[in-house]
Design a protein around this ligand. Structure first.
Ligand SMILES: O=C(O)CCC(=O)C(=O)O
Ligand SMILES: [Fe+2]
Length: 352
């Protein structure tokens, strides 16, 4: 869609200036209230124990199935990713965002290159900006790595990010393996598509805001990718997911990842697993930082429901299209709500 991409200034720098009012371009006039009252009565996000899945615990596999189906989101504990690596990544992320602006500028987005520091893609000049900075990089396949990004990150964070991305890629593969087991697809029908899958990482940095209810860290969206593994770096609440009309806050649990199904996996599971809308709110006290690792199947595949999940009783809910067509279409549509998933949804009962 049209519009010149806007190169956004750093919100982190803006917040440091001690402002008391929110500049106009960040004001979000009509958003759902951020503060959810009576949170204790809201349902709690399921917690999945990865260790139990590895031990072939049938009840845990059922829990995974239920969580992916009913919530599209869960917290993953005992995931096996080295805890000292996670601690080092957390420290590294904070130091990276606290580098002097002259250093960070070397990694800034350009009109041609949306990787690096900046904002989530802003499609239109008049679009409101989010109250957050990000650092976005493609991490896998290795030959997709931009020569001026990861290789130029100061040590030790460069190596830590490198190990982290590899460990998360392996973890993602295992989670998908368990999901395909739970979905009862043919062995490897979906899993093979992730063997050389791609991964990108987005570090989100939401500074404190004097009027948090007037801004949004990240607008309501569903992830366009297949599976997201999110690390809440400093255990500050802010992530909310939409469930049954409520915004449910996700309480950070130390040492847990928040895992969510993205649009692509909703398609592959023929709508059994759900890609749910979520958003990031901010607060007036302290910055919030998260690291999202997005995983996709490998380039060149056709994206559509797994054949075994398409039956006369459960006809295909989505079209099968080349992955690249899906990605191009997604990027050119606005990253808001679930609009692009609807584009590939089969509207009537007739199968292709
Ligand atoms: O910061 C968060 O917790 C949410 C991040 C997110 O949804 C994303 O990066 O897609
Ligand atoms: Fe997201």
């Amino acid at each position: 869609m049209g519009g010149t991409p806007v190169l956004a200034p750093s919100v982190q720098e803006l917040a440091k200036q001690g402002i008391t009012e929110v500049p106009e371009q960040y004001l979000q006039p009509n958003q759902d209230p951020i503060l959810v009252s009576n949170t204790t009565s809201l349902p709690q996000l399921p917690i999945i124990d990865f260790d139990k899945l590895l031990c072939e615990d049938v009840t845990e596999l059922e829990k995974l199935h239920h969580a992916s189906k009913e919530w599209g989101f869960f917290q993953l504990i005992n995931h096996g990713v080295n805890s000292s690596l996670i601690e080092n990544v957390k420290i590294g992320v904070e130091e990276f965002f606290n580098l002097p602006m002259e250093e960070k500028k070397k990694f800034w987005q350009t009109r041609e290159e949306l990787q690096g520091f900046g904002q989530v893609y802003v499609a239109l000049e008049e679009e409101k900006l989010r109250w957050g900075d990000m650092f976005f990089v493609k991490t896998f396949p290795l030959d997709m790595r931009h020569p001026n990004l990861i290789p130029c990150i100061p040590q030790p964070f460069r190596d830590e990010l490198d190990s982290y991305s590899l460990q998360l890629k392996k973890l993602c593969f295992k989670i998908i393996e368990f999901m395909t087991k739970a979905l009862k697809t043919k062995p490897n029908e979906l899993l093979n598509l992730f063997e050389n899958g791609d991964q990108s990482i987005r570090i989100n940095y939401y500074p404190p805001c004097p009027k948090p209810e007037q801004v949004i860290g990240l607008n309501s969206h569903s992830d366009g990718t297949a599976l997201t593994i999110l690390l809440q770096v400093n255990e500050i609440q802010g992530l909310q997911i939409r469930k049954d009309g409520n915004w449910i806050p996700i309480n950070p649990i130390s040492d847990a990842f928040v895992v969510n199904v993205g649009d692509m996996f909703e398609i592959m599971s023929n709508g059994i697993y759900r890609s749910i809308e979520h958003r990031a709110t901010v607060n007036s006290e302290k910055e919030r930082i998260s690291v999202a690792a997005f995983h996709n199947p490998q380039a060149g595949i056709n994206l559509g429901p797994a054949p075994t999940l398409v039956t006369p009783q459960t006809p295909a809910l989505f079209k099968t299209i080349p992955l690249q067509d899906y990605v191009d279409g997604y990027l050119s549509s606005k990253i808001k709500g679930k609009s692009y998933l609807d584009f590939v949804r089969i509207q009537n009962e007739i199968q292709e």
